[in-house]
Design a binder for this molecule. Structure first.
Ligand code: FES
Ligand SMILES: [Fe+2]
Length: 402
């Protein structure tokens, strides 16, 4: 659907509340362009983990559609995010996806930049040019409990309130003292919104995820879940895991503040963590003293959910490739001292979310095929899809304000 004259404001206005989005939201090029500008280039994006760049000069590239950012640890230990666009004539400066270097030298005419982005050398450049103004452009970056977030925006939303509110929620798990045990990218032939919508509801879990539904309660009615959560809260207290969480992905996304939300819920009896048999998967994280048989859902912005068990954590990234294609990436984190083969078995660790994400890929692609049809007509949400509805309301509000 390449409808240049599509009026997005009218599309938003005529969207029926409580119903799935209409077809142009998924198929229109104009909507996708707006999505990119108002979501992907405005929100904070999870770029990586500090354990990927432990030493000065360690770097990796964070890439999203047209943008490429060098995430690098400077000489003094600071994490910098630098636009990977040469200040001479615009070439990519850094080509290797990760590595260690003293400085970045452009492959085109060899301008060289220090780890903090400042210009180190520009051959034959007239002395009358102010070299201090020719450093690589800096991209907004925040390091939060070991997770590195960047924003492509010129005026990114403040991270302060989120930082203050989520600090106590994340502190017990010491994610800054974890390492990446495994990461996997799952390409999905679908618009990015279908991935986010799917992640945010467990209405589909009973049918699509028998493995997940054995251990997780999120597909159950509230009456069934509340007693389990009450029992978990007593265990959580002993384990040193706070559960007096709040839930604040609002439908109106206040400008100037990224959204966030969190809650901790109990797993079914017999499951200490998200494993196939309920048994532990890895050493306990951070200051967690015992298994409370719970899992924390934490959102840093709408696009960066994570799931934290007592002994491992998962970070999700929804990465748009184009209007019809996305990547679902998952990063598995374990305690930094844990050794593979001794303290954890990689196949057991990744089993649940690998099998679940492969199933999700299948159902999301079938969802997209149906949405493409001339017979597609948005249907009503059920109450179990409340988080998906909130995503959609937040999405529509962002489009309106953008
Ligand atoms: S474009 Fe980088 S040195 Fe010329
Ligand atoms: Fe799913």
């Amino acid at each position: 659907m390449n409808n240049q004259s599509l009026d997005i404001a009218t599309l938003v206005k005529t969207q029926k509340k409580g119903f799935a989005l209409t077809q142009p939201f998924y198929l229109s090029d104009a909507v996708f362009e707006k999505d990119v500008d108002s979501f992907f280039y405005q929100d904070w994006q999870m770029a990586g983990h500090v354990s990927e760049i432990p030493q000065a000069g360690d770097y990796f590239l964070f890439e999203m559609m047209k943008e490429s950012v060098i995430i690098v640890r400077g000489k003094d230990g600071t994490v910098h995010a630098l636009a990977n666009v040469c200040r001479h004539r615009g070439s990519r400066v850094c080509i290797e996806p990760r590595g260690n270097t003293k400085r970045f030298t452009c492959p085109y005419h060899a301008w060289a930049f220090n780890l903090d982005g400042s210009l180190f050398n520009a051959r034959m450049l007239d002395e009358d040019h102010d070299r201090s103004k020719l450093g690589l452009k800096r991209v907004a970056v925040e390091v939060f409990h070991g997770l590195i977030y960047v924003s492509f925006s010129d005026a990114p939303a403040s991270f302060d309130k989120l930082r203050a509110d989520l600090d106590p929620v994340l502190a017990p798990f010491a994610l800054e003292r974890t390492k990446i045990a495994y990461r996997e990218s799952y390409p999905v032939r679908a618009n990015w919104k279908l991935l986010v919508e799917n992640y945010n509801e467990c209405y589909h879990c009973t049918a699509a995820h028998p493995e997940f539904a054995r251990s997780h309660v999120t597909h159950m009615a509230a009456e069934r879940v509340e007693p389990l959560n009450a029992e978990m809260q007593a265990r959580s207290k002993l384990a040193g895991v706070p559960t007096d969480y709040f839930d604040c992905i609002g439908s109106a996304r206040p400008k100037g503040s990224p959204d966030y939300a969190c809650n901790r819920y109990s797993l079914f009896d017999g499951y200490l963590t998200g494993s196939e048999d309920g048994a532990p998967l890895a050493p306990l994280l951070g200051k967690v003293k015992a298994y409370d048989s719970g899992a924390s859902d934490v959102y840093v912005g709408i696009l960066n959910p994570m799931l934290i068990y007592c002994d491992h954590a998962l970070i999700y990234r929804f990465i748009p490739v184009d209007k019809d294609t996305s990547i679902q990436e998952i990063i598995w984190l374990v305690h930094e001292d844990a050794s593979e083969g001794t303290d954890y078995d990689l196949d057991r660790l990744k089993w649940l979310w690998d099998v679940t994400t492969i199933a999700d890929k299948r159902i999301i692609e079938k969802n997209q095929e149906g949405v493409n049809s001339r017979f597609y007509e948005p249907g009503p949400f059920v109450s179990m899809e409340a988080y998906t509805q909130r995503f959609i309301e937040a999405y529509l509000t962002t489009l309106t304000n953008a």
